[in-house]
Design a binder for this molecule. Structure first.
Ligand code: HEC
Length: 325
């Protein structure tokens, strides 16, 4: 689902290109007379390419809506009629245009593929429906571009400053400016931290998974030595599920600890919970706990003051090899 959703921006370029190219082929194919057939073919080819692209954009668009948990249609409708926030209206318009582009596109393709006599033009109906389709495609594409690039919360743009008191509250879509809102961005980049120990070790404290610890470079030495960590310290455990006593292929959750000014902050993130483990998480396929999430209460039994008691650590060092005599 996520993979399909990520293709939305890419797939949307094909229908937009169709919107730009098809009008000329349609106009050219309006001339009656012999020798016009190649222009029918061009128009039909662009039509098929366009409808496939529209279908791809349509499906990936819905996947994107699901994955990024966009507000449901009812919410958008109420937003529309209560005359509120720009982003919701933009999104709703994009949704309507997306559906329309598919319907008008099918009609236009039908009109373009009707049987014609050799000397006839492609027909006025094909022209009208085709141009209408192109218009919808271009407007939908432009709206999508604005949603992706110029939304008030998009990178590189300033958040809107509401000057009028009592102005409508900004949309739920754009309020989220916390970079970690969707995923723990820094913890995911754990490979850029310093690895503690060369191999995964099995940690009973963390579900019997195989873990590797990664510490921010300036705190790695203190962490290794089991000394109290300074403020700002950041430690991540990457993990793998156990499989017959070895680290398995399924990536396990990420565990992170950051010593913030406000105290230790724990994070638990498992973007894709394997089927067999979902029951532990109420059936969820994705788990992300952070901050004051009540689920992290269990962690605090051992992490009340941040770092767990170094004496309780699983064995970091690999087995000592006994030198041969
Ligand atoms: C039974 C005690 C226990 C519980 C419960 C526990 N941990 Fe740990 N944690 C440890 C120990 C011990 C270590 C040291 C690494 C190891 O050997 O497992 C550790 C290490 C960590 C580290 C690396 C920093 C450090 O303190 O060494 C993080 C991050 C972490 N745990 C997060 C969590 C999170 C999040 C939870 C809850 C989902 C959790 N832990 C639950 C005992 C526990």
């Amino acid at each position: 689902m996520e993979w399909i959703a990520l293709q939305h921006a890419l797939l949307s370029h094909l229908p937009v290109a169709t919107g730009l190219l098809l009008p000329w082929a349609l106009l050219a194919s309006q001339r009656p007379g012999r020798g016009i057939r190649p222009w029918w073919t061009v128009a039909r080819y662009l039509g098929w390419a366009g409808i496939l692209g529209t279908l791809g954009a349509f499906l990936s668009g819905f996947a994107k809506g699901r994955v990024s948990a966009l507000p449901p249609v009812q919410h958008l409708l109420t937003a529309l009629f209560s005359g509120s926030s720009g982003a919701d209206v933009l999104l709703f318009r994009h949704l309507v245009l997306g559906v329309a582009s598919l319907l008008v596109g099918i009609a236009a393709l039908w009109a373009m593929n009707r049987h014609r006599k050799d000397h006839e033009s492609l027909g006025f109906l094909a022209l009208v429906l085709g141009l209408a389709w192109c218009a919808v495609l271009l407007v939908a594409g432009e709206g999508g571009y604005r949603l992706a690039h110029q939304g008030p919360g998009a990178p590189g743009t300033k958040p809107p400053v509401s000057s009028t008191p009592g102005a409508s509250t900004p949309s739920v879509l754009w309020v989220v400016r916390d970079p970690d809102a969707d995923r723990p961005v820094r913890a995911l980049d754990y490979a850029s931290l310093e690895p503690i120990g060369p191999d995964p070790v099995r940690s009973q404290a963390h579900g019997g998974r195989w873990i590797r610890a990664w510490a921010s470079p300036e705190t790695a030495a203190a962490y290794r030595a089991g000394e109290p960590l300074p403020q700002g310290a950041f430690v991540v455990l990457s993990s793998a599920e156990d499989r017959w006593g070895r680290p398995g292929n399924d990536p396990g959750p990420l565990y992170a600890l950051e010593l913030k000014a406000s105290g230790p902050a724990l994070t638990f993130y498992w973007p894709r919970v394997p089927m067999n483990n979902r029951r532990e998480f109420g059936g969820d396929s994705r788990v992300y706990w952070r901050g004051s999430d009540a689920h992290l209460e269990a962690c605090r039994a051992c992490h009340a003051s941040g770092m767990a008691d170094p004496a309780k650590r699983s064995r970091w060092r690999p087995k000592r090899v006994v030198p041969e005599e």
